[in-house]
Write a protein that binds this ligand. Structure first.
Ligand SMILES: [Zn+2]
Length: 179
């Protein structure tokens, strides 16, 4: 937080460049960084590349029931466009690799449709809900220079990670967050 690149609107990736070694290497590096920090998602501006591209994914925990699941299918979204599906926003905890050791409750659309390109340059349209929809909205915000603070209704729930673990994390869910 504080690096100017996190606060500007990122440039679309030209579709003809998606297959280029530079973009393919960037995607691989982003997955590696995301896994290294045990994140659920990572947007290109977070590694100081002002491009409209993010990666996400987190494996399911076999002991979890479906409603509590914080798993996210592995995805690469290039030039994503989100359409919220009607319904009240839902508030839940978020964190961010660019804002270390802080959590807060953020309202997000419960269900969304996303149109984007995948890493092969193929047009995709995906419906997502729950935690996956939250992660996609958090990461797409990074492409517009928006951080999760900006979406909070108030700062009353801003919480240090230690206190989050002590008072607010659900004992039955893994401690994962969008990055
Ligand atoms: Zn983030």
């Amino acid at each position: 937080m504080g690096h100017p690149v996190l606060r500007i609107k990122a440039e679309p990736v030209p579709v003809g460049d998606i297959a280029s070694p530079r973009i393919q290497r960037l995607i691989d590096d982003m997955f590696e960084t995301m896994h290294e920090y045990q994140g659920v998602g990572l947007a290109a501006p977070q590694i100081h590349e002002s491009l409209r591209l993010f990666v996400a994914g987190f494996p399911p925990d076999e002991d979890e029931d479906e409603d509590a699941s914080r798993s996210v299918p592995e995805m690469v979204m290039i030039n994503p466009e989100i359409t919220p599906v009607a319904g009240d926003p839902v508030e839940d905890w978020e964190g961010c690799l660019s804002i270390p050791d802080i959590r807060g409750r953020v309202p997000r659309a419960r269900q969304i449709t996303v149109r984007a390109y995948d890493r092969r340059g193929k047009r995709i349209e995906v419906k997502a809900s729950g935690f996956t929809a939250r992660v996609i909205q958090h990461e797409t915000d990074h492409l517009d220079g928006v951080l999760f603070f900006d979406r909070m209704r108030s700062f009353q729930t801003l919480t240090f990670l230690d206190e989050y673990g002590r008072y607010w994390s659900r004992p039955d869910s893994p401690d994962v967050k969008p990055e």
